[in-house]
Design a protein around this ligand. Structure first.
Ligand SMILES: C[S@@+](CC[C@H](N)C(=O)[O-])C[C@H]1O[C@@H](n2cnc3c(N)ncnc32)[C@H](O)[C@@H]1O
Length: 278
């Protein structure tokens, strides 16, 4: 697997990042993990499909997104829109430290995951807004040219899966996402074996990105990252698709006008896309 990131860099930064970006209770949990065990966990996160979940994952992903947000928006007063966050809260958690008193908005269709996200973020001072609608309708909810950054935190796959489920009449709004995942994987297997994924998913995906470009400020950025989960692979997620999600998306996005891809040295293009609105 192409590593997500540089182990040597993050092994040094972990303790400092944990102090910066965890609350007291979380930091205590971090310190209970022996240092060599933290290093083993970190190396596995960066170099293998993710199979374990501990506070070490939180530290790495918060700190990595913290770097992104500070690099793209060094000033305060950030308005960030996340697409398909589910109940993953690393972006609002890190914004609490890097951009306090800012606005975090997420466009997220699944009711159960929205409830969980609300519970996870209700103690933050950040202004959190959940838009329970398809991100392709975002313009009806927030003004044109109003957000600084749009983030796809491990959600290219989720957006594509929801597009395909919608075609097949499989509910992703009221259902339990994890219970629906085997069905999603079956649909993906069929799309790959029949070579129809691009035909069925590309146009709605690019339509969604076009709507997002409208709500982004000029020079604003769309940031996408991806990584693999071992569970999806074990359940039969087409492996080439999972590992090449970002290169495939990059090829699709090349057809769009109105944005330009920017490359940053420290971000592996197999796992990251940065698009500037032009
Ligand atoms: C598994 S969760 C996402 C997890 C998260 N991105 C992560 O860190 O892995 C899937 C979420 O994607 C949302 N989703 C998929 N397509 C969407 C779309 N077009 N607009 C809004 N939400 C969408 C679903 O409603 C669901 O809440």
């Amino acid at each position: 697997m192409i590593p997500l990131d540089k182990y040597e860099k993050w092994s040094i930064l972990m303790e400092k990042s944990a102090k910066l970006y965890l609350n007291d209770k979380e930091f205590e949990e971090f310190t209970r993990i022996p240092e060599n065990e933290r290093d083993i966990q970190l190396k596995a996160i960066l170099e293998k499909p993710i199979a374990n979940f501990s506070i070490v994952n939180e530290v790495y992903f918060r700190a990595r997104w913290g770097e992104v947000l500070k690099m793209l928006h060094p000033e305060q007063g950030l308005k960030l829109l996340e697409i398909a966050s589910g109940d993953a809260d690393m972006i609002p958690q890190i914004m609490e430290y890097t951009h306090p008193n800012s606005n975090y908005i997420t466009s997220n269709m699944n009711k159960i995951l929205n409830e969980n996200l609300l519970n996870r973020t209700n103690n933050l001072s950040l202004k959190v807004e959940i838009i329970e609608d398809d991100a392709s309708c975002i313009e009806t909810h927030i003004g044109q040219g109003s957000v600084d950054i749009i983030a796809f935190q491990h959600s290219i796959n989720d957006v594509i899966q929801a597009i395909l489920c919608d075609r097949e009449g499989v509910d992703t709004i009221y259902s339990n996402w994890m219970e629906t995942l085997p069905k999603m994987i079956q649909i993906l297997q069929k799309e790959i074996s029949q070579n129809t994924l691009e035909q069925h998913a590309k146009i709605p995906f690019l339509g969604l990105i076009k709507s997002l470009l409208n709500v982004l400020k000029k020079d604003g950025m769309i940031v996408m990252n991806h990584y693999m989960f071992q569970l999806d692979i074990d359940w039969g997620y087409p492996q080439d698709l999972f590992k090449d999600m970002v290169p495939m998306t990059r090829e699709w996005i090349k057809e769009l006008v109105g944005c330009k891809e920017i490359f940053f040295d420290d971000f592996n293009p197999n796992w990251w896309i940065f698009l500037r609105k032009i």
